[in-house]
Design a protein around this ligand. Sequence first.
Ligand code: THU
Length: 133
Amino acid sequence: MTGAEAPVDWEALRTAARDAMSRAYAPYSGYKVGVAALADDGRTLVGCNVENASYGVGLCAECGLVSQLAATGGGRLTHFVCVDGEGAPLVPCGRCRQLLYEFGGPELVLETPDGFRTLDEMLPQAFGPQHLR
Ligand code: THU
């Protein structure tokens, strides 16, 4: 590597998240969510929420994203976008912040309705893999 890293194409990530959101399966809440993230090798991962007639079994969009991360080779998440049904930035729920922490750690950068934030700001004093070592 020489020089600075390529700038992150946040608009491309937003587009990927909106595209995933358009395929969300949310017949019960009617609240579609899409997510997209970059992995440290440049891969783009996506996810959408997938609900279930047994309501509590429904999957947040982030569940699909971390599954795709693992299933396509693993690695670390570096940049993350979550959008609502209008395509606007959305904060990930608390459980999903924990999911993201496992694979992105405190430095993961998220786009939120209030601008860019690190996961450390969104989930302070996180419990994580470091506690189990
Ligand atoms: N949802 C997500 O997919 N991710 C989040 O971070 C927030 C909530 C979904 C779950 C449910 O299908 C719908 O949004 C309404 O809560």
